[in-house]
Ligand binder design. Structure first.
Ligand SMILES: [Zn+2]
Length: 269
């Protein structure tokens, strides 16, 4: 019995130490800029040739399978399949068309020990479209959508590493910044992808606070532009409207596609 127990304990100890060792190895991972460059170029050409959706650097459609596949390539090239081997069935992927500010999000659910990496398709597809300017993600200039998605995913993978190691993660802390520099040569933790607000401003000359007009059921309405997402939120004064402001004035709310709005220029006094 003693021996058996000893053997079991030894096995447990071995397994435990092996896992800690590999986790420790994860934190000490470091690649030179030229190694990183080679790896990301290989991943770029692989995802472009494998995926049915990605027909060019500025693809028109992207699926969760593409995201999963991209992650698996990163796991193979950068982490020696650490995640697939140890966390394969606990990491999930999602795309969001509601994330309008954050380009990605990594979540850890403690109760069932699962992880989720979610990327914003809003920012993905609004960038490298009709708003033309230089776009940096994680401090690196991106030349097309695939490069931008890769930089965002790299940032989220660093969050995943921290979640796996410490359960919590913060990209504002020195450890994250150091690790993202060591593994992916990132020099920043922010993105400059094109937001709804920027596109509304540059393409349609519309900003929150503008007085705007639009046609609805053959009638023209004039109201205040209060929010911009995929559509604009316009508050129109209406005596029997369901919404009331702090002055007791009543409004109706309309969701209007941006191309259908016209800015109402203020008349000079
Ligand atoms: Zn972050």
């Amino acid at each position: 019995m003693k021996n058996d127990n000893g053997l079991v304990n030894l096995r447990r100890k071995k397994l435990k130490s092996k896992k800690i060792q590999s986790k420790g190895g994860l934190l000490n991972l470091r690649y030179s800029p030229s190694e990183i460059d080679k790896k990301v170029k290989a991943i770029y050409s692989k995802i472009l040739s494998y995926s049915k959706n990605l027909d060019s650097g500025n693809f028109k459609s992207f699926s969760t399978d593409d995201l999963r596949h991209l992650f698996e390539l990163y796991d193979r090239y950068f982490f020696n399949n650490f995640f697939t081997k140890n966390y394969g069935d606990t990491i999930f992927f999602r795309l969001s068309n509601r994330m309008t500010r954050a380009s990605g999000k990594t979540t850890y659910w403690k109760n069932n020990k699962t992880y989720e990496i979610c990327l914003s398709t809003v920012l993905m597809f609004q960038s490298f479209g009709d708003v033309r300017r230089k776009i940096k993600v994680s401090g690196i200039v991106c030349h097309d959508r695939i490069e931008a998605v890769m930089r965002v995913l790299e940032h989220e993978i660093i969050h995943l590493v921290e979640r796996v190691l410490f359960e919590t993660s913060s990209c504002f802390k020195p450890q994250f910044k150091q690790f993202s520099r060591n593994v992916f040569n990132h020099s920043d933790v922010t993105h400059q992808l094109v937001s709804h607000y920027e596109r509304a401003d540059k393409i349609f000359d519309l900003r929150v606070g503008d007085r705007v007009s639009f046609i609805h059921n053959g009638e023209m309405y004039i109201g205040l532009l209060t929010r911009i997402t995929k559509r604009a939120t316009v508050m129109v004064a209406a005596p029997d409207g369901p919404l009331v402001d702090s002055n007791g004035k009543r409004y109706s709310k309309y969701y209007v596609p941006l191309p259908l709005l016209k800015q109402v220029k203020r008349q000079p006094v």
